[in-house]
Structures are given as structure tokens and as C-alpha cells.
Design a protein around this ligand. Structure first.
Ligand SMILES: [Zn+2]
Length: 246
């Protein structure tokens, strides 16, 4: 991948991940953005503005590039970096292992941030990826304002710590990964974990799975990349198939 082609490829991957999250209803109206750290240290990010159509209908043309300090490198009519760009830049500063960040406002995880109800490890073989995600921790950033300054971004990144996801009280979630696909998958799995926990609490008293079984599943380490790839192919097709449904 050449340095000139990279922003284009990144824009297409970011837009595809946006359409998946939009299709799955992980965010409201046009809210939310996905970014990717490029090889030269700049950041490609889904833009906001009067010309945008929201994540569900995002295209590569909705992605802009900014310097590490947030200064726009590219522009498009009616589009600008999102106000919460600070979330992305702070995570890249704090986490050299992260090359993609997702910030969305999904209903189910937000409920758990509001109610101080812990997400319990209620699933095993149903979805080992989701259990491993939970095992890495789901902290809550207690501020509910828009994260628009480097200071707020740093505060949030400190709460995220070494984890893959972070709840933001009364606001949304931030999920990170080594690719837009992995970061988006982490946001999807967090939302599913929240929905499972929510429904289990409606039905009765949720029971965490057995400790030995928990250890067995979590102890096998990271989900194999090919399983992430196949899960992502499913979501990509789901998003593209549903385009005409609106
Ligand atoms: Zn937000």
C-alpha cells in the first residue's frame, strides 16, 4: 500500500465500518465517527457537517484527514472534522497499540452507563469474543459532556486504560482496535453484551457462567484473526444488502 493510496483505502474502510454500525442501529441520526491512524501519523476520520448523511449512508467522500494536533489536511464542501475529534487524538497519544477508534451513541450500552448496573459474564460459547472483550474491562468515563478538548480526551483515554471499550455516562461509547473492522466489531460486541444483560435482567436474575469455564474461554487468548475476518464479512454483506431498505 503506497502512502498516496493509503488515505483512499483508509477512507473506504472507515466508510464501510460506518455503514455497518449505522445498519445495526448503533448510533442515532448522524452522530458518531470512526477514525484510522495512517502511516505518516495523520488521522483519517469520518467528517461531520451539513453535507453528511450519517454513518448509515457514509461513503469514502465523507472522510477527511487531520494532523495529529487536529489541523485539517484535507477538506470537502460542507464537511469538517467532528467536534469530538479530541477522543480519537487522545487515544492515539495514549495507546501506541491502537490504530483505529470508534465513537458512537448506542442505546443499550448507554443504559448500563446510566444505571451503574455491571455487565456480567453471562455468556460462554454463545460468543467467546464478547466474553474476552468483557474480561478486558468495561470502565465508565463519568463525564457526560462532548469531549472537545485535549484535556477531556486525555481524561477519557486514561479511563479506557489498556482496554478495548469504554462507556461514557449519558453519552455513548468509545471502542478501539488495530483496524476499523476490529474497533467496530468491539463496539458491536459491547452492544450485544449490553442487550443480553438487559434482557436477562428483564427475565430474571442473570447468573454469570462458571468460573472454570470462564477461565477456559478467556484463557485461550485473543480471537483468531480469521474469525474476526469472517464475522466482518458477514456484517459487510448485511450492511450492503440493506442499502435500499433505508
Ligand atoms: Zn459523542
Amino acid at each position: 500500500m503506497t502512502s498516496t493510496a493509503e488515505p483512499v483505502a483508509a477512507a473506504e474502510r472507515i466508510a464501510a465500518a460506518c455503514r455497518v454500525l449505522g445498519r445495526l442501529g448503533l448510533t442515532r441520526e448522524p452522530a458518531g465517527h470512526i477514525s484510522m491512524l495512517l502511516a505518516d501519523g495523520t488521522v483519517a476520520i469520518k467528517a461531520r457537517g451539513p453535507s453528511e448523511s450519517g454513518l448509515r449512508f457514509a461513503g469514502a467522500e465523507d472522510v477527511v484527514v487531520v494532523d495529529p494536533d487536529g489541523t485539517p489536511r484535507s477538506s470537502a464542501p460542507g464537511l469538517e472534522p467532528p467536534r469530538e475529534l479530541a477522543i480519537h487524538l487522545a487515544v492515539y497519544r495514549a495507546r501506541p497499540d491502537v490504530t483505529s477508534v470508534v465513537h458512537v451513541h448506542p442505546l443499550m450500552p448507554v443504559l448500563f452507563g446510566i444505571c451503574d448496573v455491571p455487565l456480567l459474564p453471562v455468556i460462554g460459547a454463545y460468543d467467546p469474543y464478547a466474553l474476552r472483550l468483557l474480561d478486558r474491562g468495561v470502565p465508565t468515563f463519568e463525564r457526560s459532556v462532548l469531549v472537545t478538548t485535549p484535556e477531556l480526551g486525555d481524561e477519557m483515554a486514561a479511563v479506557l486504560g489498556p482496554g478495548a471499550v469504554c462507556l461514557m455516562r449519558g453519552h455513548g461509547v468509545t471502542a478501539v482496535g488495530t483496524s476499523p473492522e476490529e474497533a467496530a466489531l468491539n463496539a458491536i460486541k459491547l452492544s450485544e453484551l449490553a442487550e443480553l444483560n438487559y434482557r436477562a435482567r428483564l427475565l430474571g436474575e442473570p447468573r454469570p457462567i462458571g468460573k472454570a469455564e470462564y477461565e477456559e474461554i478467556v484463557g485461550t487468548g485473543r480471537t483468531r484473526p480469521e474469525l474476526i475476518d469472517s464475522a466482518w464479512r458477514f456484517y459487510r454483506r448485511l450492511a450492503e444488502d440493506g442499502t435500499e431498505e433505508g
